[in-house]
Each structure stands twice: as C-alpha cells, then as structure tokens.
Ligand binder design. Structure first.
Ligand SMILES: N[C@@H](CCC(=O)N[C@@H](CS)C(=O)NCC(=O)O)C(=O)O
Length: 208
C-alpha cells in the first residue's frame, strides 16, 4: 500500500488543500506538523530534509520519494485520489480553475505581504470592497450551475473554490457583499464544507 507523509508547519497554509483531499478520500497519511513560528526547522533544513522544496516546506514523501512545491503535491495527490477529473479535458479544466483561484489569492497576498499598519488595512479594505466582487463574478461566470465546478464529481478545483470562498478571507460584511452575486461558487464551496465536515471540525486550529 502507498504511504504518504506530508511535512509542513502547524498551519493550514500551503498544505491544507492536500490534507483536505486525503481526508475526503479517507486515505491515511502522516500529517507531520513542524512548530510555527519555526524552531526545529533550521536544524532539519541544515540536514537537507527539505531539499526537494529548495529547503522549504511542504514536502510530500510518497513511498520514500520526496516531492516539493505545494501545487505539484496537490496535483499529484489529486491524480492519485481521483480529484483531477475523469479525462484530459476535465484535467485541464480543473487545472484552469485552480489557477484562476490562485490569481485572485495572489492579488490579495501582494497587498498582505507588502504593506503594514494603517496602509495595509486601507489596501486590504480597498481590495475587498472594490476588486474582490469583480474577480469573483468573473469566476462565477465560468462555473456551471452544479455543486461541482468540473464534470460530475468533486475535484481539486472545488476544494480551491472552497478555500477562496469560505476560508481565505477573514469573514466580514464587505467579504459577504463581494460574494453576493456568486450563488454557484457558494454552492460548490458549501458542498466541499459538507463533505469535509469531519476534518474541518477536528483539525488543529491555527492562525492561517
Ligand atoms: N512555491 C513553494 C513555496 C514554499 C514556501 O515558501 N514555503 C515556506 C512556508 S509557506 C517555507 O518553507 N518558508 C521557510 C523558509 O523559506 O525558510 C511551494 O508552493 O511549495
């Protein structure tokens, strides 16, 4: 039987989509969580433990083979567990949706990680009030009227949409307003939340 060991910090961050896939598929994996803020990380890094991700995490150990880069890990695990569509076209569509979600998250992260203090708060609010709804409505336009964004089963694309709609932004009236014209995205996200509810209720509570 295949063995999966996923090493990351004790955060949702770049590992959570993969953890959600293992939990929905009920496939056992070792969820190795390094202390955050990092303590033992420097020592393990110096010992070459994370070379496959250029001395960073996450790292997936699959049957003793080390795989780095969170998106490569997500796609690999999605393929193994059946979350990457049922044919080449669906696989490309899943990939496309994931990249759409990534683009929107990057836009917000560019603000989050490049500003501070009052300037940060003002820029975050400006994005949420003026830009987020516009991007979400574009995404809403490319998903079908279904609880699945691609084909007729849950995929990596749906889990990305779940993260964007229900996890990534701190809840607020403005965030709710940005989502108000996106019933299809909400239905997809709510379906993932329902299917993954045991994991979401029992996972460690972390700051991000
Ligand atoms: N593109 C990489 C980025 C990996 C990355 O930046 N990991 C961070 C944690 S989120 C890390 O290990 N930082 C510690 C360090 O760089 O020393 C991926 O997606 O896996």
């Amino acid at each position: 039987m295949a063995t999966y060991k996923l090493t990351y910090f004790n955060l949702r961050g770049l590992a959570e989509i993969t953890r959600i896939m293992f939990n929905i598929a009920k496939v056992p994996f070792e969820d190795i969580r390094l202390e955050y803020p990092p303590k033992e990380f420097a020592e393990l890094k110096a010992a070459g433990k994370f070379a496959a991700n250029l001395n960073r995490v996450p790292i997936l150990d699959y049957n003793g083979v080390q795989i780095g880069q969170s998106k490569a890990i997500e796609r690999f695990v999605a393929k193994k567990l059946g979350f990457m569509g049922t044919n080449d076209i669906e696989e490309a569509q899943v990939d496309m949706m994931c990249e759409h979600v990534r683009d929107i998250r990057i836009k917000y992260n560019e603000i989050r990680f490049n500003k501070s203090g009052e300037e940060l708060e003002a820029a975050k609010k400006n994005f949420i009030v003026n830009d987020l709804g516009v991007w979400l409505e574009k995404l809403e336009n490319v998903v079908p009227n279904s609880i699945y964004s691609v084909g007729d089963k849950l995929s990596l694309a749906d889990i990305n949409i779940y993260l964007l709609i229900l996890d990534f932004f701190t809840p607020s009236e403005e965030v709710e307003k940005a989502k108000e014209n996106c019933p299809k995205l909400k239905a997809i996200a709510n379906n993932v939340a329902e299917v993954a509810k045991d994991w979401l209720a029992s996972r460690p509570v972390t700051m991000f």
